[in-house]
Design a protein around this ligand. Structure first.
Ligand SMILES: Cc1cc2nc3c(=O)[nH]c(=O)nc-3n(C[C@H](O)[C@H](O)[C@H](O)COP(=O)(O)O)c2cc1C
Length: 253
C-alpha cells in the first residue's frame, strides 16, 4: 500500500503527486495535510511505501507543512520525497524534506523536483505540469518502482541543496478582497490552511497568519479575492522577466 502525504494549498503539488502515483500503479491511501494534521499516523506494515509531496515556499518547505509532518511516523518503510516549485528554484526544499522524512523513521529511496504554474505569478510556468512533465513523471515512477522492488537507500547528501537551509522568508503580499463581490459564504475561511480569514466576516484577513498560499483566491466561488496593487504589479513584472526560462524536473535515486 502506498501512503501519500500531501500538502497542496493551490492544488498543483497534489496534481503532480497524483500523476506520479498513478504511474506507480499500486493501491494508495492519500493523507491530505493541507487543512489539518494527519492524526498521528504510525505506519507499521513493512511493505508500505510512503510518498511525501510538498510545495516550495522561498526555497524551503512551508513551515506549516514541516510542522504537520511531525505527526507522521515511519518504522523503516521506504519513502519517496517530491517538491513542486514555480520555476524559480527549489533551493534547499528537497534536502529539507528528505531530512524531515528520514528523521520521522522512513528510508528515503528517491527524490524528485517538478515544476508547476506559479500560484502567485501564474504567468510563470503557465499550464505546468504539462505533457512533457508527465512523460518525466512516468520515467521517474518506473525508476522508483525498480528501487521499491530492489535494495538500496538514497544518499541524502547527493540531493541538490544546502545545510544549513536558507533562512525561511515570507512574502510581503496578501490577497485583496472585492467587498462588492464577497457574499460572506465563508468558503475561503474554512479552506484557509492557516485559518487567517475571519469566518463571520471573510473580508478580514490576519496578515500575520496568511502565508500567501492563494488557496482562498482559487476556492472563492465569486472571484472576490485577488492579487493586485502597485507592489504586486512591480514585483510580478520583474519576477516574470527573471523566471520565464523553462526549468526541467530533476530526480535522484
Ligand atoms: C509563499 C510562497 C513562496 C513561494 N516560493 C517559491 C520559491 O522559492 N521558488 C519557486 O520556484 N516557487 C515558489 N513558489 C511557488 C510554488 O512553489 C508553486 O506555485 C507550487 O506549485 C505551489 O504548490 P501548490 O499548488 O500545491 O500549493 C512560492 C509560492 C508561495 C505561495
Amino acid at each position: 500500500m502506498i501512503h501519500a502525504f500531501i500538502f497542496s494549498p493551490s492544488g498543483t503539488t497534489a496534481k503532480v503527486a497524483k500523476i506520479f502515483i498513478n504511474y506507480l500503479g499500486a493501491e494508495t491511501k492519500t493523507h491530505d495535510l493541507t487543512l489539518e494534521e494527519s492524526g498521528n499516523i504510525n505506519l507499521s506494515a513493512e511493505s508500505d511505501v510512503a510518498v511525501f509531496a510538498m510545495p516550495v515556499y522561498a526555497g524551503r518547505i512551508p513551515a506549516l507543512a514541516a510542522k504537520r509532518l511531525q505527526t507522521v511516523t515511519g518504522n523503516g518503510q521506504k519513502a519517496v520525497v517530491i517538491v513542486v516549485y514555480g520555476n524559480r528554484d527549489y533551493d534547499d526544499a528537497l534536502v529539507e524534506l528528505g531530512d524531515i522524512v528520514a528523521a520521522r523513521g522512513f528510508k528515503v529511496i528517491a527524490a524528485g523536483t517538478f515544476i508547476a504554474q506559479h500560484c502567485i505569478f501564474p504567468k510563470v510556468a503557465t499550464g505546468r505540469p504539462d505533457a512533457d512533465d508527465e512523460k518525466i513523471l512516468s520515467a521517474f515512477a518506473d525508476s522508483v518502482s525498480q528501487k521499491i522492488a530492489g535494495e538500496g537507500l538514497l544518499d541524502l547528501n547527493a540531493i541538490k541543496g544546502n545545510r544549513p537551509y536558507k533562512k525561511a522568508a515570507g512574502v510581503p503580499l496578501h490577497p485583496n478582497v472585492d467587498k462588492q463581490k464577497c457574499n460572506s459564504c465563508g468558503k475561503c475561511a474554512t479552506q484557509c490552511p492557516t485559518r487567517a480569514i475571519d469566518l463571520k466576516n471573510p473580508t478580514l484577513t490576519d496578515g500575520k497568519k496568511c502565508m500567501m498560499c492563494c488557496r482562498c483566491i482559487n476556492v472563492c466561488p465569486n472571484e472576490a479575492r485577488y492579487l493586485g496593487g502597485m507592489l504586486y504589479k512591480i514585483a510580478g513584472w520583474k519576477f516574470v522577466k527573471d523566471n520565464s526560462r523553462r526549468l526541467e524536473p530533476e530526480w535522484f535515486v
